[in-house]
Design a binder for this molecule. Structure first.
Ligand SMILES: [Cu+2]
Length: 122
């Protein structure tokens, strides 16, 4: 017969493994693929910023840092849960230079995710 401590450690191992696998199944959002892409140089600011994640997310904040350093909060699409978001850049026209996007989102697993990338207009 197995000593009780062995049984307990086996049970603990099984429990840990199941936690690891459930985390995998519900892992948080990766990406996003964006348009404009990171590092892209454009001739003009596009009308929309597009972001595509590997799962549905809720965007909680997206800011654009303009070439002159001003930060503009982009209007969000409500609290829509989607893997694809397209935000208007109409309010952010600021000519040539380097732009930075700072974004925050809520993953399907409830974890906040965030990122930043740059693109240029020449
Ligand atoms: Cu997560």
């Amino acid at each position: 017969m197995l000593p009780l401590s062995n049984v307990i450690s086996s049970l603990a191992l099984v429990l840990m493994m199941s936690l690891v696998f459930s985390q995998e199944a519900l892992s948080h959002a990766k990406g996003p693929r964006t348009s404009p892409e990171a590092g892209q140089v454009l001739e003009a600011l596009p009308q929309k910023l597009e972001m595509e994640f590997n799962q549905e997310v809720i965007l909680t904040r997206v800011q654009l840092v303009l070439p002159d350093g001003r930060k503009v909060a982009l209007p969000l699409d409500g609290l829509e849960r989607s893997s694809k978001h397209a935000l208007s850049l109409e309010e952010a026209k600021a000519g040539k230079g380097q732009y930075q996007v700072l974004w925050k989102a809520l993953s399907a697993d409830g974890h906040p995710v965030k990122g930043a990338f740059d693109f240029g207009v020449e």
